[in-house]
Design a binder for this molecule. Structure first.
Ligand code: ACM
Length: 538
């Protein structure tokens, strides 16, 4: 051992002895292993990069743009010059996880090594986080350190509902930027529901043109939807950031906007939820929806289609008065509407499998008999933990996203008035941070079946961009650490210290965040809801 290494080793022991080892290094989510050394690196104003091909040009450009935009550091890629940031191949005897990376900061060099492109990208984001955390008015000075990191969970998701209110390309891209910064990797896009349909389908143009009219607060607002061109652009943007985009085309319920455009496929609804369902007894319905899914799937390289399957009972009472559905029940010997619903979902699941995609559904489908190797379940009903148990027992890979604490339409401050609470229950930052993703303690019984976690933002009560920001930030940071960092590396007090710096980053990005420390920004005032959420208990 060289003298310097011995010195560093002793320093590590010294730091460990002071129990600073678990201290947050300034990166959210906190990496799994961090070793801090004595000196620091002063980041210069020109950085020369060297990289192997596997890193990918998109990741290199992502880094170069971030350096230029945020720090006015104009980087070069010049083989003949001294290198300050180098990317290299991780050589390990064990198999390297695709998201794993090592980041080393020494006196004069930053090194990121990984075994796969996604690992390099994660390393780059850790570096950008360090730069943000250690930036001062006189420059950026990062402690010498070594990080060895990989995620606790592979599914780290966020869902945005753009049916109730439409926010548009610019906002979605900004959200994807923050997701990437926090190493979130699944964007679930809820594009169809009661108020509006938001995705262009060329074979059925009225879906967007007619179905896109209106929002939750204004049923007559001019049509708003994403053209296929725009969807391609957003998906490419996400893909460069290693984020899979999963579209949701909700069925057989939540189909109101589609039924406005093509009423011949409506299965009816109730007084409060008219035309809520697709028609389960018409052969044409299955062909129509399969055509829609085929067109949709081409736009999304994730090759995952979310078909919803939730809350069908809010409209399926109408099926009792429909002669052709009653005939269908007799034919198949079904007694309940739930059996018809299952029939519908099995048929549409078949279409998804024929398309070659993976099916994603809400937990109402945990007992629908869908093939377990081709289906992912989302457990959302926190008050029905039996549904999670059922999904796991039935062998499904499952994403944990219980309303409490992962529905971000619940307020995060007891005093806030514009948002959901169930009784006195709401979703503060700390609940998001401290949630144990194995609520049944079933990890050993069902190894690898819990894929990870997702936060869902329903937007009935979110009619402005400020309100949207206010509900997402900073809970998105807590979500990221819950998803990525192993429990024994987490510490809410230390997380909050780093978060204080992140609030400044939100401000620079013109985000109207909720400030859990000083309440500097007041709750945005939004239109008062006239209707209730479907799943409210009272
Ligand atoms: C849901 O909240 N209806 C999945």
């Amino acid at each position: 051992m060289k003298l310097r290494s011995i010195f560093n080793f002793v320093l590590i022991l010294f730091i460990a002895g002071q129990s600073l080892f678990a201290q947050h290094i300034g990166i959210i989510p906190q990496p799994q292993e961090v070793t801090v050394f004595k000196d620091s690196l002063v980041v210069g104003k020109v950085l020369n990069l060297s990289a192997n091909e596997e890193v990918g040009i998109a990741t290199i450009q992502y880094l170069r743009h971030a350096l230029a935009d945020k720090y006015q550091i104009y980087s070069t890629i010049n083989k003949d010059k001294e290198v300050q940031i180098s990317f290299g191949q991780l050589k390990l005897t064990k198999e390297v996880h695709e998201e794993e990376y090592e980041l080393t900061i020494s006196n004069n060099r930053i090194t990121i090594v990984a075994g796969h492109p996604h690992g390099y990208f994660n390393g780059v984001n850790s570096l950008l986080q360090l730069m943000a955390f250690y930036e001062t008015p006189t420059g950026i000075k990062i402690p010498n350190l070594k990080i060895v990191d990989s995620p606790a969970y592979g599914w780290r998701g966020f869902m945005l509902d753009e049916s109730r209110h439409f926010f548009g390309k610019k906002k979605v891209k900004q959200l994807l930027d923050w997701m990437a910064f926090y190493k979130l990797n699944k964007f679930h896009w809820h594009l169809t529901d009661e108020p509006a349909w938001r995705i262009e389908i060329k074979q059925y143009p009225f879906l967007a043109l007619v179905g896109g009219i209106g929002s939750y607060t204004n049923p007559l607002s001019p049509t708003q939807y994403y053209t296929q061109e725009e969807i391609r652009e957003i998906v490419a943007y996400a893909t460069e950031r290693f984020i899979d985009v999963i579209p949701e085309i909700d069925m057989p319920g939540h189909a109101t906007a589609a039924n406005r455009a093509y009423p011949q496929f409506s299965g009816g609804g109730t007084k409060d939820h008219p035309d809520f369902t697709f028609h389960p007894a018409k052969e044409g319905t299955y062909q129509y929806l399969t055509n829609i899914l085929k067109e949709t799937n081409v736009l999304f390289p994730s090759n995952m289609l979310h078909l919803g399957g939730d809350e069908v009972s809010f409209g399926s009472e109408a099926w009792n008065a429909d002669a052709s559905i009653q005939k269908m029940k007799l034919r198949y010997n079904y007694r309940t509407n739930k059996e018809v619903e299952t029939h519908f979902m099995r048929r549409m699941a078949d279409s998804v499998y024929h398309i070659g995609a993976k099916l994603v559904v809400w937990d109402e489908m945990a007992d629908a008999g869908l093939p377990k190797d081709k289906t992912i379940q989302y457990w959302w009903r926190h008050d029905k933990i039996a549904q999670l148990e059922l999904a796991l027992e039935n062998g499904y890979a499952t994403v944990v996203c219980p309303r409490i604490p992962f529905y971000f339409d619940f307020v995060q401050d007891e005093k806030d008035r514009h948002g959901r609470k169930w009784g006195r229950v709401f979703n503060p930052l700390e609940s998001v941070y401290n949630y144990d993703l194995d609520p049944l303690k079933a990890k050993e019984q069902y190894p690898n079946q819990i894929l990870g976690v997702q936060a869902n933002l329903w937007t009935e009560g979110i009619s402005t961009i400020d309100k949207l920001d206010y509900m997402i930030f900073p809970r998105i940071a807590a979500l990221a650490e819950t998803a990525w960092t192993k429990n024994d590396r987490k510490n809410f007090t230390e997380f909050q210290q780093v978060l204080k710096k992140h609030l400044q980053l939100y401000k620079t990005d013109r985000i109207y965040y909720y400030d859990p420390f000083n309440k500097t920004l007041s709750e945005p005032q939004v239109e008062i809801l006239t209707k209730k959420y479907l799943d409210n208990p009272e």
